[in-house]
Design a protein around this ligand. Structure first.
Ligand SMILES: [Zn+2]
Ligand SMILES: [Zn+2]
Length: 71
């Protein structure tokens, strides 16, 4: 019986993930901070990585709403 199970079993993609709308980086929830616009996240997928969150100064570039941290 194999007792060692890999932490990241390949093929397991059950995590919620988003793509940064600016740099298209893949982001995993729980892995890193993910910011989103409460107005544009649903309609246009306005999610932001930390680097781009800083670049847009915490405001949505589409509607100027303050970005929220996705929990
Ligand atoms: Zn980004
Ligand atoms: Zn927005």
């Amino acid at each position: 019986m194999v007792s060692l199970v890999g932490v990241n079993a390949s093929g397991h993609e059950g995590w919620i993930r988003f793509y940064c709308i600016i740099c298209h980086k893949k982001m995993l929830v729980g892995n890193e901070p993910i910011y989103y616009c409460p107005k544009c996240a649903q309609t246009r997928g306005a999610y932001f990585c930390l680097a781009d969150y800083k670049k847009v100064k915490g405001k949505c570039p589409f509607c100027d709403t303050e970005l929220q941290l996705y929990l």
